[in-house]
Design a protein. Sequence first.
Length: 492
Amino acid sequence: MVKFGGYMLLLFFLFIGLIGCRNVEGIGMNWGTMASHKLPPKVVVQMLKDNNISKVKLFDADENTMKGLAGSDIEVMVAIPNGQLQDMTDYDTAKAWVKKNVTRYNFKGGVNVKYVAVGNEPFLKSYNGSFLNSTFPALQNIQNALNDAGLGDKVKATVPLNADVYESPVNAPFPSAGKFRSDIRSVMSDIVHFLSKNNAPFTVNIYPFLSLQQSPDFPIDYTFFDGGSKPVVDTNGIAYTNVFDANFDTLVSSLKDVGVGDIPIVVGEVGWPTDGDKNANFLLAQRFYNGLMKKLGSNQGTPLRPNQYIEVYLFGLLDEDTKSVAPGDFERHWGIFTYDGQPKYPMDLTGQGLNSSLVGAKDVKYLPLKWCVLNPNASNKTALTDNINYACTYADCTKLGFGSSCNGLDAQGNASYAFNIYYQTQSQKDESCSFQGMAMVTTNNASQGNCNFTIQIATSSSYRLHLWPSSPYHIGPPLLLFAFELVVSFLF
Ligand SMILES: *[C@@H]1O[C@H](CO)[C@@H](O)[C@H](O)[C@H]1NC(C)=O
Ligand SMILES: *[C@@H]1O[C@H](CO)[C@@H](O)[C@H](O)[C@H]1NC(C)=O
Ligand SMILES: *[C@@H]1O[C@H](CO)[C@@H](O)[C@H](O)[C@H]1NC(C)=O
Ligand SMILES: *[C@@H]1O[C@H](CO)[C@@H](O)[C@H](O)[C@H]1NC(C)=O
Ligand SMILES: *[C@@H]1O[C@H](CO)[C@@H](O)[C@H](O)[C@H]1NC(C)=O
Ligand SMILES: *[C@@H]1O[C@H](CO)[C@@H](O)[C@H](O)[C@H]1NC(C)=O
Ligand SMILES: *[C@@H]1O[C@H](CO)[C@@H](O)[C@H](O)[C@H]1NC(C)=O
Ligand SMILES: *[C@@H]1O[C@H](CO)[C@@H](O)[C@H](O)[C@H]1NC(C)=O
Ligand SMILES: *[C@@H]1O[C@H](CO)[C@@H](O)[C@H](O)[C@H]1NC(C)=O
Ligand SMILES: *[C@@H]1O[C@H](CO)[C@@H](O)[C@H](O)[C@H]1NC(C)=O
């Protein structure tokens, strides 16, 4: 009886443990800030809290973002951009970085930094090996600086890598045959052994969308999780029905190949864009996330690492209108929220597959409801093309391209779209709606069908200007920020 009771109790705790584990761990989110008009960090942090998002991954250690996160208890991955990797090969510089961007925030009410990302996909083939020599020394210096600062148990350095650092041979295209790319195998081996020694995870970005976007023959169902695709059967008999699992397990095999088969893996980025490509839309994004979240929520793991929680950061939080479009127009449309923090489609982050809505950003301040459009009297076609080109050089016209939500507009519609997006990007400055007299301002919503003519958000500078004019006695957020700064600088 006692034995039985003990067993039941054990089962009970195991069960509670499993459920508890998921609620505590939860999903992470990439928070990029390459936008002409950024939501105030406090607004974003409130939105994260409202959606129970307990982890974020940043691409730098920007002070305003960090101040927004202070006191929230959200786990944070801060980052060192590739351009600073060479500098970090000097130990004193790495130490100064850690002091300024990690240690400084390490107090009660500060920022809960958990990881430092050393570089961002530094071994992408398109970088031609530019960061090949600096990444490993930078990683060592940052982790050693964290260790020396007494933070090594709590904060781990890792390198978010793109999934093309490993591959399977052409004659054995299966996950079980995965190996690191031969040109970087030696440095990859050094990196993973160092990570393993420091109990730090391997971080990888996995993009089923890019598999589809880069090869026209890729079977579309294989990018999703609903089992609709013809399985790929590995030599060990395992059948793969989605490219995420296959890719993840190729990494598991590659890690085993260099002798660290058990190192934890964090998925640093995974997601689906909603515009700027023929496969980038709300329907497919919803289908992808619905399957992904259910998979993650059930802690089923992958065939080579079954029945386990996978730490995952979705890409990304918000659309970013100034990201490079070198890989494609879709780059500016990865957000699960629009640029202004509004949910795009139903999504259940808990993984129960409910048709629930995310909670949008609150207290967003917008510019006035004014659009800039083509003046119907304008007739000079030559000047029109030049003016559209001008607008689209300095503002984000990616929604006008083939396969995008505004692709169906006529020539006049194109011009109005371009003029408006430029006007909004210029924060509605009067002189930015001229275009040699071809444009005019209107207060009628200029949107056409599915093509949304946006109103930009008021940036913090214009917002502050309006709310706190000159009174030095008014205690508003600027003063509070100032107070925070004082606390921080006095403590450290
Ligand atoms: C967040 O978690 C709390 C407590 O578990 C729950 O009541 C709430 O519904 C959750 N909110 C969302 C948006 O999932
Ligand atoms: C801290 O991080 C910021 C933002 O990423 C960076 O510009 C700065 O150089 C870092 N500070 C030091 C001392 O390295
Ligand atoms: C890499 O090399 C290619 C071809 O030589 C060149 O076009 C490209 O600009 C290089 N990229 C970088 C980041 O150096
Ligand atoms: C990296 O080091 C190798 C060998 O020392 C050298 O040949 C190569 O030019 C270096 N690459 C860069 C990008 O500095
Ligand atoms: C999901 O909810 C939205 C409204 O929130 C509704 O329009 C839609 O029909 C629902 N979809 C399903 C499959 O129930
Ligand atoms: C277009 O031209 C007509 C005739 O000159 C004028 O009455 C009208 O106000 C003009 N419309 C705009 C929007 O400028
Ligand atoms: C049309 O615009 C072009 C370029 O601005 C200019 O060179 C040309 O003279 C204009 N034509 C007319 C008829 O106004
Ligand atoms: C509108 O602009 C898009 C993108 O530049 C272009 O593909 C399309 O042909 C244009 N439409 C017209 C009617 O000019
Ligand atoms: C303008 O209209 C579109 C639909 O036609 C709508 O989605 C959008 O929210 C409207 N914009 C504003 C600022 O009301
Ligand atoms: C459409 O525009 C409105 C107002 O500018 C904005 O709030 C909304 O997020 C936009 N919707 C989409 C799907 O871009």
